[in-house]
Design a protein around this ligand. Structure first.
Ligand code: R5P
Length: 290
């Protein structure tokens, strides 16, 4: 079966990289908004009997989901045999329980919706916290890729005497995997989230690491408050300027500016979401799965 790659607007660079590395040609679709804000989608490539890969990183998902849904519907109605959604960043993974009565557990509702119009999902380091596996919420086969190996390579090449730091217990999975891969020390801190932009971090005794470069590693940088608070504590403890690495750089609102103003050493992200801080290319990871 021949394969075509479609990209939602904003995903063109990664789509081109995947196309170059796999030899799969790009499919074409016109996607735009009517003046009233409704979404227009027109398929321009024959997809009969094709396997179709749809690349859509789901950063700011509410603005993209209608286009993604309509594209997948018209692909199916036009004869596509299999639709694989490649969402390097997968949205709606964090509201995974009811913290207050009446709250929508959006991770489950979102997964149900996607499972209706895609046949398969490939994603990178989704925020699995209270849920252990994607199959708890997705009804389609999901391939979960991990950026730990390519991040480890980047750290090895670019940071002298690194000390890996995870800001909270959730980050232990990435931090320990990378540290063990590189045989370098790591510590995991304790975080209490008091509000969307308010976190409290407790840092253990780090006096043994004053010569090291702290490399703060998290899956998501959203408001950046987790990184900022951690960095400020590490500075107080006398450590070198922090290298901040996020797999997914969401940088909500003033996050990037605030992180820069806090005086961190470097801000590095993977290109799961296009951003000026992208320094780690995840396309080879995806290509291995295709
Ligand atoms: C939390 O569960 C995640 O792993 C990140 O630590 C969190 O999303 C970072 O958020 P923020 O940048 O808003 O502090």
């Amino acid at each position: 079966m021949n394969t075509l790659i479609f990209a939602l607007p904003g995903n063109e660079a990664l789509a081109q990289a995947l196309s170059q590395q796999t030899g799969f040609p790009a499919g074409s679709a016109e996607i735009r908004h009517f003046p009233d804000g409704e979404t227009y989608v027109r398929l321009l490539t024959d997809v009969q009997q094709h396997r179709v890969l749809v690349l859509a990183t789901l950063f700011q998902p509410d603005a993209q989901m209608m286009a993604l849904y309509y594209l997948c519907r018209i692909l199916r109605d036009s004869g596509a045999q299999e639709i694989t959604l490649i969402a390097p960043y997968l949205a709606y993974m964090r509201q995974d329980k009811q913290f207050h009565p009446g709250e929508a557990v959006t991770s489950a509702y979102f997964a149900e919706w996607v499972s209706q119009f895609a046949d398969r999902l490939i994603t990178i380091d989704p925020h699995l916290h209270r849920r252990k596996s994607m199959s708890e919420i997705y009804r389609i086969p999901c391939t979960v890729l991990h950026a730990e190996e390519i991040i480890a390579e980047w750290v090895l090449k670019n940071v002298e005497l690194p000390l890996l730091i995870g800001p909270d217990s959730e980050s232990e999975q990435w931090v320990s995997a990378i540290a063990n891969r590189m045989s370098i020390p790591y510590i995991v801190l304790e975080k209490t989230r008091l509000g969307d932009k308010n976190v409290e971090i407790s840092v253990p005794d780090v006096s043994a690491y004053l010569q090291h470069t702290p490399v703060l590693m998290d899956d998501i940088i959203s408001t950046a408050r987790t990184m900022i608070q951690t960095h400020l504590h590490l500075q107080k403890a006398g450590l070198q300027p922090t290298v901040c690495i996020g797999v997914h750089g969401l940088f909500a609102g003033d996050a990037l500016q605030a992180l820069q103003d806090a005086g961190v050493g470097k801000i590095i992200t993977c290109n799961t979401i296009p951003h000026a801080t992208n320094a780690i290319d995840i396309s080879p990871l995806i290509v291995k799965q295709l």
